[in-house]
Design a binder for this molecule. Structure first.
Ligand code: PAF
Length: 287
């Protein structure tokens, strides 16, 4: 595996790759790699001639400085895992390399209402930071395909919108959420759970399943979400949101009437033992 720390060196290498008519699949990450990330890289490799992964803990997307400080960093293990699955290139830039202009910016992206609901509501500024770093990474890597996980569904929709705002030809491939055997969505944050909390954490997946199973039955969908919220509280979570939404024109809208054939998604964010966990499930349709 090639390892590049400087954008100019990576760009030079990728120019040669492109000259030999090879396609590039790209997986941006913040490291602390788990099987969810590795499955994205494997998908990128399967559909392209080369797969490149970036590891960069992006300071501009953390609205809570404590969350940034606590973000797990496991570079040596990450490199072993990437080598094990024959990743072609790792891009491992520093903050100065990615933000030579400094972290402050006046530039903003118009993500519409996607930015004010769910994660956007509870993590103000988060998606502007995601947009900024993904835009920078795409300018450097210029991949054919970009692979992201459905676990961060709202982020996928933000990136889809970003691609359209910047008129990018890159194809976004959204891959299914990888889950632990009990159903907990794989996440770098899971490593911060105590063994007891880790056992409890599956409650989020179970709440999503129960919303899905009850959907369209006698319970009104809003009651369905309220019930799941209360259940999570009883189990010791501090839920931020349990929402059932409709996907329309690339935006997620609160469901306030029966959705017909529209794509419907349930999404949860909840704190457990000081760790913020998110997950979602498609109730009907596809994204
Ligand atoms: O999902 C992540 O790990 C990050 O938000 C991303 C897409 C790598 C941008 O920093």
């Amino acid at each position: 595996m090639y390892l590049f720390k400087r954008r100019a060196d990576l760009k030079k290498h990728l120019d040669l790759v492109r000259k030999s008519h090879k396609s590039i699949g790209f997986v941006p990450t913040m490291g602390a790699l788990h099987n969810g990330h590795l499955s994205l890289i494997q998908a990128a490799k399967k559909e392209n001639d080369i797969a490149i992964c970036s590891i960069f803990v992006n300071p501009t997307q953390f609205n809570d400085p404590k969350d940034f400080e606590k973000y797990p960093i496991t570079i040596d293990e990450d490199i072993k895992k990437l080598n094990h699955i024959s990743t072609d290139i790792l891009f491992l830039p520093s903050v100065e390399e990615m933000y030579p202009e400094g972290l402050e910016t006046a530039q903003t992206y118009d993500f519409g209402s996607l930015e004010t609901i769910l994660e956007g509501k509870f993590r103000p500024g988060h998606f502007q930071g995601v947009g900024r770093i993904v835009h920078k990474l795409l300018d450097i890597v210029e991949p054919n395909q970009l692979f992201m996980g459905q676990k961060d569904l709202q982020q996928c929709l933000i990136v889809r919108r970003l691609l359209s705002l910047i008129h990018s030809p890159v194809k976004l491939v959204v891959c299914p959420t990888e889950r632990e055997p009990d159903g907990l969505a794989m996440s770098s944050r899971n490593t911060r759970l105590s063994p007891a909390s880790r056992q409890k954490a599956v409650g989020i997946y179970q709440a999503l399943l129960s919303i899905k199973n009850n959907f369209g039955k006698d319970l009104h969908f809003l009651e369905n979400a309220h019930d799941a919220f209360d259940q999570l509280k009883k189990q010791g979570f501090e839920p931020e949101y349990v929402d059932i939404l409709q996907l329309e024109d690339g935006q997620l809208k609160q469901l306030d009437q029966p959705p017909g054939n529209a794509t419907v998604v349930a999404a949860i964010a909840a704190w457990l033992d000081g760790v913020r966990l998110i997950d979602n499930m498609i109730i009907q349709g596809n994204i």
